[in-house]
Design a binder for this molecule. Sequence first.
Ligand code: HEC
Ligand code: HEC
Length: 480
Amino acid sequence: MDLLNLLLVMTLQSKALYNEAAYIPPQCYTQTIDSQNRVYNPCFTCHQDSIAPNYNNDADLQHSYAFPEYALTNHWTNLFKDRSQEIAAISDAEILAYIRTDNYKVLIDKLSNNDQWDGFVPDCYFNFDAEGFDRDTAGNYTGWRAFAYYPFPGTFWPANGSTDDVIIRLSPEFQQNDNGEFDLQIYKLNLAIVEALIKRQDGVVDLDKIVYDWAPLQKRYMSYVGKAKQKKLAAGLFPLGTEFLHSVRYIDIDEQNNIKMAARMKELRYARKASWRNYGQLEDLALDKIKEKDDFPDRLDQIIGNMEHGVSNKQGWILQGFIENAQGDLRPQTYEEHVFCVGCHSNLGATTDSMFAYARKLPGEKAWYHWNQKGLKKLPEPPNNEYSLYLEKNGAGDEFRANVEIIEAFFKEDGSLKQDMLNKLHNDISLLLYPSPARALQLNKAYRVIVKEQSFKEGRDATITPPKNVHQQIEEDLKF
Ligand code: HEC
Ligand code: HEC
């Protein structure tokens, strides 16, 4: 029996948890005040006032360590380990060979040939055409489409550990004309309509063009087009059946010393909107949560799901993930590893219908491409210079203020920002988001050590030495 089978049999139903609060991520334990009483706020990116139908107004958590009793102890113990020695023992050649080996195709083979596996089988070829559409080996459309987005501030920047991508697919009806035939123009238009709804923005879809091309829309009521015309539609919500793929990868370096995505995936993450929740239902869910917190502040969230089918976020989405085993092959994540997914993808003010990247998609028709086709170099800052603002509020480029490379590049000795660097950043975010090649190698090695240990339940952050600005324990007086 190979390892995947063994794991399946042993742990498919396992609900044992090492960290019962695994849905609360490590970032929440950042020390926000330093010895000189200077305040840092890395919290606002996630915890913020929300826009309906996201009712998780959680801006108050920017200033609070009001954790349930159990979570006052930081269970992300990987943060407290010094990995310098193990990292030094891995050569550059060894890690480069490792991260340049593809582990995705093997996963598909394994899952497709496994009778016991009833969960998601990835079916994206990562073979994107000039419009970002994924094609199978025969050149057919798989429905997946890659897009460029502004990476979420902090942990998710390559500079802080991983490269990643996000790919979307709408359900088949959204790809078809009235007769149920695949129609690329219809599909493109439906993707643009979803973008307009998610960003609540006019101008994403050229309405005049739709009226001209698609007679049914002449009355200018808003609907999807083609076979999906009757499908439920609402601002701030994805249509039923929407899927996302998110590959989290090591950091590779090309011959010109440019940063790029590695072939090897650290994780493959997946989400599917399996049921529709309207505004009223979503509001009820949020109100229930507030009441529960009020009545039982120390009760932990209960997460429904398992290793095979992923976990539910209660708001209509199923989340599922694969992660490397000790040898580097992707395997299904355990129940506990899945619990990690749910906090960020359900209870934050920052998300749009529990998801992050589509609302942050670069504007325009040209933004449909995969980072492998074009990287972050020379890409200007997001609207309102969001990254500059992040640096200013957070006083660093990562939550724990442990990324010295960014601090040295962007901050003066007294902690203020270097204006000339901000000016450059406005026109090229790669100056901030990409690590140096040397740091990239260190980050890769640090994570490789965690993979060998399989200690993901203690945290997945690629830390080399323990970051200083993290609470191991939240003292009672800090709680509110
Ligand atoms: C990357 C996103 C992210 C960042 C950054 C972040 N948090 Fe959180 N936080 C979460 C998630 C996810 C949860 C769990 C879901 C929930 O209950 O809100 C959470 C939960 C909490 C909770 C427990 C809330 C409860 O009701 O159980 C507190 C307190 C908290 N965060 C404080 C902070 C503070 C303070 C900061 C900044 C130092 C911070 N967080 C930064 C994502 C984040
Ligand atoms: C600490 C918060 C956090 C946790 C934990 C987390 N995610 Fe995400 N997820 C994000 C962010 C932020 C993005 C956007 C990526 C970016 O901007 O680089 C994202 C993107 C995604 C996407 C693409 C759709 C979207 O939201 O844009 C999927 C699918 C996804 N995550 C699934 C998962 C799964 C499965 C897990 C658990 C294995 C997980 N996530 C854990 C924060 C989180």
